[in-house]
Ligand binder design. Structure first.
Ligand code: GSH
Length: 240
């Protein structure tokens, strides 16, 4: 098989969006398989029916016949080909480190609405979700964002090597996602991370990204994805 195929849930941004953004920003041709052929397209890969190492979960990239899962591993592998990382091992390693920290943040965002069980409905864990979200808004979101603010301030506005990389794209997506999920908390906190705001604004103004965001290929944020907006999770009077 030649070319690049992305396998991800067809109706949500989720973790697949970090890969889509890298492909879109670099103008790379790819097929978003499940959006063309339905989620049945993913099943054979998850069942180990495709040659190569069986993936645990999407996103999965198939490139030149090789399949790769784990968002950070996919981006690590793709970035040199896409021109989204400087060609040196140190830069690749630092980018991977940052992308794994983004993955940690993303997992915590998921746990704000699914703190008890991924397989349970949100409605069955709403009370725990409120407690978890309050802690996320108060402690974890600021800790992650202040960390990346420091990285970006020291990096001349970028996360890695003072250059535009896939990590910048992912950080912009995190900023957009948090603003969607927690509009009140994020608006209150956002002034503390001017470097990340500038990075986000720069990323969304990049010609291919801005065209992508305005296209039907960009799925809207929704309550099936990672970044979900439940007003009750963004509103806790005790939070001040
Ligand atoms: N660490 C993995 C997480 C992958 C993951 O959790 N994928 C979700 C969709 S965003 C999924 O379908 N999970 C199924 C499961 O965990 O059973 C990554 O960053 O790619």
């Amino acid at each position: 098989m030649s070319g690049i195929s992305l396998y991800y849930w067809p109706s949500l941004q989720g973790r697949g969006e970090f890969v889509r953004l890298a492909l879109e920003d670099s103008g790379t041709e790819y097929v978003d398989e499940a959006r063309h052929h339905g989620w049945d397209a993913i099943r054979p890969l998850l069942d180990g029916k495709h040659p190569g190492t069986r993936p645990f979960a999407p996103p999965i990239l198939v490139i030149d016949g090789q399949q790769i899962a784990q968002t950070a591993a996919i981006l690590h592998h793709l970035a040199p080909r896409l021109g989204l990382i400087p060609p040196d091992d140190q830069a690749r390693l630092i980018a991977l480190q940052h992308q794994l920290t983004v993955a940690d943040l993303v997992a915590e965002v998921h746990e704000t609405h699914h703190p008890v069980g991924t397989g349970l409905y949100y409605e069955d864990q709403r009370d725990e979700a409120q407690r978890r979200s309050a802690s996320f808004r108060r402690d974890r979101m600021p800790k992650f964002l202040r960390y990346f603010e420091d990285v970006v301030q020291k990096g001349g506005g970028h996360a890695v090597s003072g250059e535009h990389t896939y990590v910048d794209l992912s950080l912009a997506q995190v900023m957009l996602g948090l603003a969607y999920a927690f509009p009140n908390a994020f608006a209150a906190f956002e002034p503390q991370v001017p470097g990340l705001r500038a990075l986000r604004d720069r990323v969304v103004a990049r010609p291919r990204i801005s065209a992508y965001l305005a296209s039907p290929r960009r799925l809207p944020f929704n309550e099936d994805g990672i970044f979900r907006h439940y007003p009750e999770l963004d509103d806790d009077p005790a939070d001040g």
